[in-house]
Design a protein around this ligand. Structure first.
Ligand code: FES
Length: 80
C-alpha cells in the first residue's frame, strides 16, 4: 500500500496505480474545477487534460499518466 495526500487529506492506494487510479479507487470522481464544473478522468490516456493536478508543487500534472508514489502531495487545481 501507498499513502498520498490530496489537499492535505490522506488517501491510500496500491503501488503501480496512477494518481487518478488512487483517487477513483477512493471514490473521488471530480477533482478539478473548470468553467463547466467538476472534472476528473475523461480520456484516461493523457490526451484531454481534464485530470490535471499539482503534485509535489508541480502544476499541470496529468493524474491519469503519473504513477502515484508513497508520500506524494497532490493538490486540486482550478482552471478554466
Ligand atoms: S483523463 Fe484525459 S489526460 Fe488524463
Amino acid at each position: 500500500m501507498i499513502r498520498i495526500t490530496v489537499d492535505g487529506e490522506p488517501v491510500q492506494g496500491r503501488e503501480g496505480q496512477t494518481i487518478a487510479g488512487v483517487l477513483v479507487g477512493a471514490g473521488r470522481t471530480a477533482w478539478r474545477t473548470a468553467q463547466t464544473g467538476g472534472r476528473g478522468v475523461f480520456c484516461g490516456i493523457g490526451v484531454c487534460h481534464d485530470c490535471l493536478v499539482s503534485v509535489n508543487g508541480v502544476e499541470g500534472v496529468r493524474a491519469c499518466r503519473r504513477e502515484a508514489v508513497d508520500g506524494d502531495r497532490v493538490e486540486r487545481e482550478v482552471r478554466p
